[in-house]
Design a protein around this ligand. Structure first.
Ligand code: NAD
Ligand code: UDP
Length: 331
């Protein structure tokens, strides 16, 4: 698995939650890393520990625009496309930009991959399955997505990005890998991210009311960030004859209700926060659990970090951030 020769890797979205962990992993594997990010939801503080790292460079740029000439002159061996806000409040704040980020951004990165002869990994999402009628979700399922609802800018953008990737691969222009990522959590999530894990952990630590949308019976399956990054790296480095090996689900198949998650966080933190129910957002999927058979067969991958352990690490990280200042985790 470990690379002996150094290879230049571009990580679009590398200042974000997942992207910054991916940069760490790539550097640990001996690669040189260029991070491309417009610092929308991403933060410099996620990369602060890399400021003096000679094998790391941060280029501030919006992928909706063609890549800067400086990058087009570089020869990348691998390109990871993680550039896209992932949490519903963030991606719905500017839906047009979110859609264009997935469509134009992916096109610009595919063109860069084609020019470099690089392999591209697209960070897709379980959201391409929408509110699924098939449970658990396997890669062969085409999904149940509202094309005009408030989540569509993200879901349809990611679906179109997969289409572009498949077309580039089919035409023999670029080798692609597509990871369909399911809910992932861990250190470096933003406190103001709006996602359930960050919200509930921060609310419990602060003694604030816990916001449960709907009755809390909807389910999700939460994957710890280290497991997810390992899956992305394995998928990218998987040697396949085919230029496109098809999409691969990456996530933790342990499914639980939002209410169950809240109970666990309250018990872990010893918090006496009250639970307050809010209306369920429009098009909120009822349930979600990945079928990861394919990732197991092709990559020999399965998540290893149990929920209790991952949640504990996340709680400790947010508690440390809170000590640094009330808004530190969102800077
Ligand atoms: P994040 O919001 O923390 O990171 C996204 C990064 O992309 C940020 O640094 C942001 O500044 C950058 N970005 C966004 N639009 C950009 C643009 N137009 N140009 C340049 N940079 C841009 O989100 P994350 O949780 O780290 O997610 C990373 C990727 O993984 C996203 O593509 C997301 O869709 C996908 N994903 C994440 C999850 C999850 O649970 N975290 C689940 C499914 C898919
Ligand atoms: N959710 C919740 N309280 C919150 C934030 C989210 O009950 O403070 C719910 C949300 O409605 C959804 C689930 O938790 O049913 C997961 O939401 P998240 O935004 O984390 O991920 P996604 O919906 O994109 O899977």
């Amino acid at each position: 698995m470990r690379h002996r020769e150094s290879t230049l890797v571009l990580v679009a979205g590398g200042a974000g939650f997942l992207g910054s962990h991916l940069c760490d992993r790539l550097l640990a594997e001996g690669h040189e890393v260029v991070c491309l990010d417009h610092l929308g939801t991403g933060r410099r503080r996620n990369l602060r520990h890399l400021e003096r790292e000679p094998r790391f460079d941060l280029v501030t740029h919006d992928v909706v625009q063609p890549l800067p000439a400086r990058l087009r002159r570089q020869r990348f061996a691998r390109i990871y496309n993680l550039a896209c806000p992932a949490s519903p409040p963030h991606y719905q704040a500017d839906p047009e930009h979110t859609l264009l980020t997935s469509v134009l951004g992916t096109r610009h990165l595919l063109l860069a991959a084609e020019e470099s002869g690089a392999r591209l990994l697209q960070a897709s999402t379980s959201e391409i399955y929408g509110d699924p009628e098939m449970h658990p979700q396997a890669e062969g399922y085409w999904g149940h997505v509202n094309p005009t609802g408030p989540r569509a800018c993200y879901d349809e953008g990611k679906r179109a990005a997969e289409t572009l990737c498949a077309d580039y691969a089919r035409a023999g222009r670029t080798a692609v890998r597509v990871a369909r990522i399911f809910n992932t959590y861990g250190p470096r999530m933003r406190a103001d991210d709006g996602r359930v894990v960050s919200n509930v952990v921060c609310q419990a630590l602060a003694g604030d009311d816990i916001t449960v949308y709907g009755d809390g019976s909807q389910t999700r399956s939460f994957c710890y960030v280290d497991d997810l990054i390992d899956g992305l790296y394995r998928l990218m480095e998987h040697e396949a004859q085919a230029r496109d090996i098809g999409a691969v689900n990456l996530g933790n198949p342990v499914e639980l209700t939002v209410s169950d998650l809240v109970r666990r966080v309250l018990a872990m933190t010893g918090s006496s926060s009250a639970v307050v129910n809010h209306p369920l957002p429009v098009d909120d999927p009822r349930r979600r659990r990945p079928d990861i058979t394919r990732a197991g067969e092709i990559l020999g991958w399965a998540p290893r970090v149990p929920l209790e352990q991952g949640l504990r690490a996340t709680v400790m990280w947010f508690a440390d951030e809170a000590e640094d200042g009330p808004r530190a985790a969102s800077r």
